[in-house]
Design a protein around this ligand. Sequence first.
Ligand code: ZN
Length: 290
Amino acid sequence: MSIPLQQNGITYKIVDKRHVKVQRIGALKINGLEQIPENAELANARLIKRHGDYYIQITAFLPKEEHEQLPYYIGIDFGIKNQLTLSNGVRINFKVPLVDEKIKKLQRLLKRKKVGSKRYRETQLKLQKEYEHLSNIRKDIANKVGSYLVTNFALVSFQDDNIRLWERLWGEIVGATALGNVKTFLNDHGAQEIDPFYPSTQECSQCHKRTKMPLSQRVYVCPYCGNVIDRDLNSAIDNAEEGLTVRRSLGLNKPLMPADDRTSTSMVEYFNNIPFVDASLVNETGRAQF
Ligand SMILES: [Zn+2]
């Protein structure tokens, strides 16, 4: 169930950091208002009732000049071992559990209730809420990752590594990372998707010759030019370059620079401030082991 709140300031109004006043209902205590940037312009909102809880969904716009994109292009390599490796050497991992302690406790509790009883339904509702809570955290992280990239970089390129196939193979792990949500976000916000058959894992990011590497080999070693580089980083750089090539073939010739160290420090800092997210710099060669 949801009620549209069309006009900010009339049908609804943010009173302070914890409260929203809704016309004819009054002031509601709200969590998460701090997510709205101070300079955001608020549009319409919706009051939503779900699993016995109320949510307010607010559409906000940021003034355009506030997020000037850097003249950099960046590429992403999606993976299972490392969720995101970026061509500027940043690695982002995030795992929100599918089932946490609270859910386990509620599941045990549910087993002891009589099916269909009032207590059973109450526990079931709490369980649904907790699942939804974790799922919202995952979606939120996916959106933050996607939005950081499209907001800060003039060109973001990624390859469809067939996340759906992985999900079938790896179910839980991929589900817990919401990689699909990241990709959906990127697709919806103008990122460049590149040909799924482009062999980014085989191509040397330095000399562009191709060598097959078994998946178990985490370090790419080029027999032609001697390039030794973390496997995922190699792919991310290839994807970045390929995305730029695609853009140029479309006649978009805006001069851009490859994302490098200048973009990585602040990125690591930003992502490490988000719960469940771990960001680091890739050790260039990942230490080759033979
Ligand atoms: Zn090479």
